[in-house]
Structure formats: C-alpha cells, structure tokens
Ligand binder design. Structure first.
Ligand code: MEV
Length: 432
C-alpha cells in the first residue's frame, strides 16, 4: 500500500476504506469503525447513496430541521432546512412566526429564463459570420428538436439563439447565446445536451460553408439574471412592535441603516448576503438542488451594478415599513435527486410538492426571513446572545454532558460568557 494509487475507482468499498484508513489516518481500525458506523443498516438504501457519487465510503450527515409557521402568499408552510450552523433554523422560525401575524410573506416570480452558451472563435469578417449564422439558425433549432420535443410538451424548450460578438473582450471570441425555459426542472442536463447539439450543428455547417469556426466549449451559465423571484414583507411601522426595548420607528430606521451599510460596503454586503444564503442553501440542500449553482448566481447578481452589494432592500414609505429581496434561483422539483433521495422526496412532500416556481418562492422567503432575523438581532441585541445558546449546547455535547447537566448549565450560562474553558470548568465543578 502507498499514498498514491491507481485504479482506485475499481476497488471494492472495503478495499477503498482499508486503503484510506491505513495510509491517511492515525488509528486505522478506529477510522474504519467510524466510517462504517455511518452506514445505513438498510443495504438497499445504502447502495442508493453509494451510487450518487464515485468512491463513496460512507454517509455525511447534516441535521434536517423544520422551520414552521411560514405564511407565504396566504398559505402556511413548514420549511425543511438541512444545515449545520446552530441558530439558523431557530432564527428562521422566529422570523416566520413574527411575520405570520403581520400579513406574512408575499412573492412574485419575475422570470424563469435559463441561459447557455456555445463559446467559439472566428478570426474572419463579422458580417460573413452574421450572414452564416442567419442562414443556419433554422437548422440549429431543427437539429435540437429530438432533444426539445419533450420539454416543449411541458411548456419549456429552447426560446432563442443569438450570435454575440465578444471580440472587444477577447480576440476572435463569439458566442451562440441561448435562452431556455425548463418548466419544473432545473434543466442543466437538458440545456447542456441542447448546447452540445448546437455546437455540433455549428461545426458541421461551418465546414459546409467554409467558415473558420473553432468551438471551444458549450455549457449552461449558472448566472441567471432573468430567473428571479421577489420575496417581500411589509407592515405599518406601529405594528412592528417593540423589539428588544427598541421602539418600532427607531427599529425600522435601524433596519434601513443596516441595509444601507450593506449597500455601501462590500465587506458588510458579503456577510449580510451570507446571512441570506444561510436560509437559502439550507432549503436548497434539503430539496436536493445544487447549492453551488445557487450561490454562484446569487453573488454574481449581487454585483450586477458594478459593485458587490446587498441583495435585500428596506424602505419606509409613509407609515409603512417594507423589506424585500430579488434573487436568482434556478431550482427544480423534478429530475436530479428529487425522486431518488428519500429525504429529498419527503422534503418536497412537506412543501406540498411545489412546482419549480413555488419552490423559488419558498426558498427566497427562507432567505429573506433569515436576513430579517440576523439584521434584527444585529441592530438590537447583537447576535451573540442567540448564537451562544447553541454554541453552549455544542460545547456541552463535546464534553459528554448528560441531559440533566445540560439543563443546569444552560441555566447557569444565561448571563455568563460562553467559552470552552468556562464551560468545562463549570461542568467539572458541577460533577464534583
Ligand atoms: C451568520 O451565519 C450570519 C450573520 O453574520 C449574517 C449577518 O451578519 O447579517 C449573522
């Protein structure tokens, strides 16, 4: 055995585990035991998970929590959230409850357009390329028909193909810039298959027309500035109530100041938006969607005006306080893991088997609720109060505290600084 390996993917699971434990861990037997402890006793279920990726050795757990009381466009939802960060589910639930008595959340789908591009190089005259493109446009669409027919039946398909001149950015660089509608699917496979077909047709026709086209690659764009949902809360300022002894008007003003700061300072904006993504990613993961795509799109959108800025907005209009956000969310409720992963299936069932548009609404609301909860704490009590409660629990678990000890020390640390050494000292004292 050695630290480098060949043909690893062809080994059995047991062989892979033995190799990695022996070569990369200090106590191989303990490591093997730990890895196997996380296997599911239902062999069929375990095999299903093994086959999601290559070289699976075990499962990696995240807690799946429920944030109830989300009133969205007049319907109540209990939102499943998969996340490791303590206090996110609690904060979401609190914000949901708070807004449920103030009209709830409203949403609006502003667009569902997806984008993909064939990137290619062409060193000749632009006019010649434009004529060529116009002459093959119909053929491009026609050759995609076998791929788009089913999606068209579901109300989606290839919506447009445009030739884009990018030679100002990069020598000889052009794109076939394509837009798609993908109904309830996230659509990555559909879009990429169409794009690969488009590039084949482009190359074939270029040869036939003696046009010097070199395709570099074909791939969807995860930047989807026209696949946007708006989530909003709004109520008369007086109905905001006193929050942590801050009167309603002052609280509303502080919220607006906090959002203005996130708009003015990229350093603050990144953290502000991270709070939004706490809510968004948790639902995206619970519903089996691609959180990396969602993250990439959200942060690109946050920079759309040339400087990274807040994704959310706040305003006082007369006596009305409003807090809202527009966010790109390319998600699906069919395809991918949605039917395969039993917990994803269950999460979608808990959400009443939403369409992709409804899931966009729910996810955006979870993000807005999280942002509201975080900024509310920041401008009133500070966030450590809430965080420390969960942090304390994590430390106590790490120290092996019993249920009774956790109860007693939670009470004791209500007004004390939580640190690992303080908590371990208090636990030792309690036990003695
Ligand atoms: C922590 O995960 C998220 C916050 O930092 C967000 C924020 O600062 O707005 C609390």
């Amino acid at each position: 055995m050695s630290r480098s390996v060949e043909g690893f993917s062809k080994w059995t699971k047991e062989e892979k585990i033995a190799w990695v434990a022996k070569n990369y861990t200090h106590q191989p037997d303990n490591s093997i035991e730990l890895i196997k402890n996380y296997w599911n006793s239902d062999e069929q279920l375990q095999q299903l998970h093994d086959e999601f990726i290559e070289n699976t050795i075990s499962n990696y757990y995240l807690p799946l929590g429920i944030a109830p009381n989300f009133l969205i466009d007049g319907t109540y939802y209990a939102i499943p959230m998969a996340i490791e960060e303590s206090s996110v589910v609690a904060a979401a639930s609190k914000a949901a409850k708070y807004w449920s008595t103030r009209g709830g959340f409203t949403t609006e789908i502003l667009g569902t357009e997806k984008i993909g591009q064939v990137h290619f190089l062409y060193p000749g005259e632009k006019e010649k390329l434009t004529d060529f493109f116009n002459s093959i446009k119909e053929q491009l669409v026609k050759d995609c028909k076998p791929l788009t027919a089913n999606m068209e039946k579901r109300g989606g398909g290839l919506s447009s193909i445009e030739l884009k001149d990018k030679t100002h950015d990069l020598q000889h660089y052009y794109q076939l810039h394509c837009t798609f509608e993908t109904a309830d699917a996230m659509g990555a496979n559909f879009i990429n298959s169409c794009l690969e077909q488009l590039s084949k047709t482009l190359e074939r026709e270029a040869i036939n027309h003696h046009i010097d086209v070199e395709v570099v690659m074909s791939i969807l764009s995860n930047y989807v500035p026209n696949c946007i949902v708006r989530a909003k809360v709004s109520c008369p300022i007086d109905e905001l109530g006193e929050i942590a002894s801050v009167p309603p008007r002052e609280f509303a003003k502080k919220m607006i100041q906090a959002v203005s700061i996130a708009k003015a300072s990229p350093y603050r904006a990144v953290t502000h938006n991270k709070g939004i993504m706490n809510g968004i990613d948790a639902v995206v993961i619970a519903t089996g969607n691609d959180f990396r795509a969602i993250e990439a799109a959200a942060h690109a959108y946050a920079s759309k005006d040339g400087q990274y800025s807040s994704l959310s907005h706040a305003e006082i209009n007369g006596d009305q306080f409003s807090f809202w956000m527009d966010i790109p969310l390319a998600v699906g409720t069919v395809g991918g893991l949605t039917k395969l992963h039993p917990l994803v299936k269950l999460a979608l069932e808990i959400l009443q088997n939403p369409s992709a548009k409804d899931l966009m609404r729910i996810i955006a609301v979870a993000g807005l609720a999280q942002n509201f909860a975080a900024v509310k704490s920041l401008v009133t009590t500070g966030i450590q109060q809430g965080h420390m409660k969960m942090h304390l629990l994590n430390i106590l678990n790490q120290l092996g505290a019993t249920v009774k000890e956790k109860e007693l020390l939670s009470e004791e640390f209500k007004n004390k600084t939580v640190s690992f050494s303080n908590v371990s000292k208090a636990l030792i004292k309690l036990r003695s």
